[in-house]
Design a protein around this ligand. Structure first.
Ligand SMILES: N[C@@H](CCC(=O)N[C@@H](CS)C(=O)NCC(=O)O)C(=O)O
Length: 207
């Protein structure tokens, strides 16, 4: 397997999952700041010009965080990263969809890439401010509807935790936000996991 990633991007969540699984994989750095995602070499891997992308090692590539996470969980059952009961599996997908489809783009991409949401540079601060407000609102929603213990799902650690981790990490390390209590405890529990620590070290990031 090969993970196409950029340090500190949302691909970090998939990197964590690969470290949790513990099977051999390669990392391929995509220099997003230099526009490598738009070059023909990368478009041949992922025509959507985004990380993460996962080369499964069978000649096929997967894109979209929830899909990659789901496939990794499903195809590595011994790692126990995906619930096997329909309710647990569905709730796991529900959290990943909310993080990747709502919190990531409308909370954080609005802050980090305001040009994607505005017609003129003068409007960038409005996008950043809206992103900050949205992120706080979305975290509040997750907090108020928390049904897990330490982890997102009551049944224990899963790929949904790796998804929630990357937005919590951005919130505290890049946006200067304070997380509500369950999410703060969740981030701390994630940072205590050896797989997360190895991932951060490999990406050159601080705990
Ligand atoms: N829907 C995609 C979004 C992935 C995404 O937005 N990745 C960002 C990094 S966090 C990216 O590659 N951005 C490059 C760009 O927009 O040019 C997913 O969930 O995997």
């Amino acid at each position: 397997m090969k993970l196409y990633y950029s340090p500190g991007a949302c691909s970090i969540g998939i990197h964590v999952i690969l470290e949790e699984i513990g099977k051999p994989y390669e990392l391929s750095f995509v220099a997003l700041k230099e526009g490598a995602q738009h070059k023909p070499e990368y478009l041949a891997v992922n025509p959507k010009s985004k990380v993460p992308a996962l080369d499964r090692g069978d000649g096929k590539v997967l894109t979209e965080f929830p899909v990659i996470a789901f496939w990794l969980g499903k195809s590595n059952p011994e790692a126990k990263l995906l619930p096997t009961d329909p309710e647990g599996e569905t709730r796991c997908l529900e959290m990943m969809d909310y993080v990747c489809g709502t919190v990531h783009p409308h909370g954080f991409t609005r802050q980090f890439r305001p040009a994607n949401f505005t017609f003129s540079e003068a409007d960038h601060p409005k996008s950043v401010e809206l992103g900050k407000q949205n992120a706080a609102k979305y975290f509040d929603t997750i907090e108020k509807n928390w049904t897990g213990g330490t982890w997102v799902l009551p049944s224990g650690y899963s790929v949904a935790d790796a998804a929630l981790f990357f937005v919590e990490y951005w919130a505290t390390r890049r946006s200067g936000m304070t997380l509500p209590p369950h999410l703060d405890a969740h981030l701390k529990a994630m940072l205590a996991r050896p797989a997360v620590q190895r991932t951060l070290t490999q990406e050159g990031l601080a705990l």
